[in-house]
Design a protein around this ligand. Sequence first.
Ligand SMILES: Nc1ncnc2c1ncn2[C@@H]1O[C@H](COP(=O)(O)OP(=O)(O)OP(=O)(O)O)[C@@H](O)[C@H]1O
Length: 272
Amino acid sequence: MSPLRIENLEVRLSRRPVIRQMSLEAAAGQVVGLIGPNGAGKTTLLRAAAGLLPPAAGQIHLFGRALADWSQAERARTLAYLPQARGAVWQIKVADLVQLGRLPHRAGWWQGPTAEDRTAVAEAMTACDVANLAERPVTELSGGELARVYLARVLATRPGLLLADEPAAGLDPAHSLDVMQLFRRRAAEGLSVVVTLHDLSLAARFCDKLVLLDRGNCAAVGAPSSVLTAERLRSVYQVETAQVTVAGETHVVPLKRTADPAVPFGNGGTVV
Ligand SMILES: Nc1ncnc2c1ncn2[C@@H]1O[C@H](COP(=O)(O)OP(=O)(O)OP(=O)(O)O)[C@@H](O)[C@H]1O
């Protein structure tokens, strides 16, 4: 039974169809990457899967049961969603923010953290390399540090399905690799991860399956090697790419824009 199965999904925003005829399955232990240009619909798809946007048509099943049939509390224990916008407005300590990831597991607001809560929080903070920041207020962190704290929060939930919107955005190369390796380790333990990515090399190297979105449609789905063809990337992203294999792993390097006159801001690379 798949942690996530989406069939023929349509999502409308301000009455405009933003996701059309989208189908997607994420099996237990799989890392599924959603890729596509800005505005293609990746966040919208992820938000719909998280139950934050109502489908105009189609079905979303979580562990074999229609998403709409899950209670909010049950869903919050099973599915964790890492949004793209990760601001800090409250003066809250890092450790306390990560601890919020355990709230869905509490019997009531009066109950203090259990031993399991403490272990889950400590593990998540170590995995995201934020244990050294535990006592710091989140308002005093750098963008990349804050991103890792929010990731620790969703991991502390110990969900069965993790929906992560650009978890590598704003991270330095070492931490980007850490995050993707962490997803792979958690997937090996049975977690299902659906992640949006702009870095095509990370998508090629760390995902089992990719879904390439193009203006709300699924342009391709399958193994990274079958999705990331130079021809398809040219047509969807309007970039020429090179594929480089290092130690058996494929890296996708964007080289230049195509000379498509329809491309906004495309000026053939000339600085004006
Ligand atoms: N509230 C809204 N009303 C109408 N259209 C919206 C709304 N929110 C987003 N959109 C549009 O929906 C489309 C998909 O947006 P979405 O954020 O899902 O794209 P994305 O693939 O995640 O993009 P990015 O890579 O830039 O994060 C875009 O064209 C966007 O302008």
